[in-house]
Design a protein around this ligand. Structure first.
Ligand code: NAD
Length: 315
């Protein structure tokens, strides 16, 4: 497994990272032992970077990940979690809450330090508070050694860019925006990097939309996007291929990011993903799929407060 530096942090991460939201049941019920086996399989196959949040399954994902990592040498993995989001509508980016949150995560994850702590889905918060209160609170924890690096995550790239330009952050995590269907992250990647932040691309399978089983009912994409993804999956099937394979190969091989985060709670899925990303994509199929998705290329959805969609236009 190839490794990259996480921006300027001096932390090395695997190019494929383990997304732990399925360990919170975000994609439906899962067997805990299968989830734990998935983590161990990932480690065995060279995945060293794990991304989680207290939000996933209302702390369940952190608890299961903590169980899986128990007894494993701490130098074998890099751990990223988040602060500020605790429920679908439960956000708290105050310094007091995020400090408490870090201590809670440390306990659940059974570790004495977190490699990366990210403000989770900043577009639902007050960006000025993130800049002037939340990130500084995390920097204070960094000074104590509990946290090694500080980042932000969210959907509107302009909100991430606004914060990264106003306050130094070590990492920016964007999701669903460097996939076969949506490549808007490509236009921001260099700006994030210039601000000193590592870029992390999460959800290369568009949160399940680019899989043969399709998305969960909660998927926020507009219907035409989901319909075109389903048509692309059917096209792949008709060619004897799995859309997830080419979607993963595309994002990992051309994303130009520090790491690509893929969610899994099953060891077989992890094995498949790791073996797929070692292969080059079928270029002919790739072009066919891109043509199929062209009518909905770069189409997404609104996430967060209206004034956080284009914060630069407001300031
Ligand atoms: P994803 O695009 O990685 O898709 C996950 C879905 O695809 C799951 O149903 C999984 O079972 C399935 N899948 C994974 N590998 C597969 C394979 N080889 N074949 C077939 N199906 C496969 O979406 P995600 O899990 O939501 O995102 C990845 C991770 O990124 C999350 O777990 C989380 O850690 C992070 N993330 C963070 C944010 C944020 O901070 N706001 C948002 C989205 C994702």
């Amino acid at each position: 497994m190839k490794r990259n530096m996480l921006g300027r942090t001096g932390i090395e991460v695997s190019e494929l990272s383990f997304g732990a939201s399925p360990l919170g049941g975000v994609y439906g019920a899962f067997a805990e032992q299968r989830g734990i086996d998935a983590v161990h399989t990932a480690l065995d196959l060279g995945v060293t970077f794990f991304d989680v949040s207290p939000y996933y399954g209302a702390t369940l994902a952190e608890t299961v990940l903590g169980k899986a990592l128990h007894g494993i040498d701490r130098s074998r993995y890099v751990l990223a979690t988040k602060v500020g989001r605790y429920g679908d509508r439960d956000f708290d980016f105050t310094a007091e809450r995020v400090k408490r949150s870090v201590h809670e995560s440390l306990r659940r994850l059974g570790t004495d330090h977190l490699d990366l702590v990210q403000c989770h889905d900043i577009e639902f918060g007050d960006l000025d508070q993130i800049i002037h209160e939340t990130v500084p609170a995390l920097r204070a924890l960094e000074a104590t050694g509990l946290v090694r690096a500080v980042g932000v995550t969210g959907y509107p790239l302009a909100a991430l860019g606004h914060v990264a330009e106003k306050v130094p952050v070590d990492a920016v995590l964007s999701y669903c925006q460097y996939t076969l269907q949506d490549q808007r992250l490509a236009t921001w990647r260099d700006r994030f990097a210039e601000s000193g932040a590592a870029v992390i691309n999460a959800a290369p399978l568009a949160m399940g939309a680019l899989t043969s089983h399709g998305p969960a009912p909660w998927h926020p994409a507009p219907t035409p996007v989901l319909e075109h993804c389903a048509a692309a999956a059917a096209l792949c099937r008709s060619r004897g291929a799995d859309i997830a394979r080419i979607a993963l190969q595309f994002s990992v091989s051309t994303g130009g990011v520090a790491s690509t985060v893929v969610g899994a709670a099953d060891p077989q899925i992890v094995r498949r993903t790791v073996s797929w990303i070692a292969e080059a994509p079928d270029e002919e199929l790739l072009h066919e799929v891109e043509r199929c998705l062209a009518p909905v290329r770069d189409q997404g959805w609104a996430s967060g407060r209206p004034d956080n969609q284009q914060p630069e236009a407001q300031s």
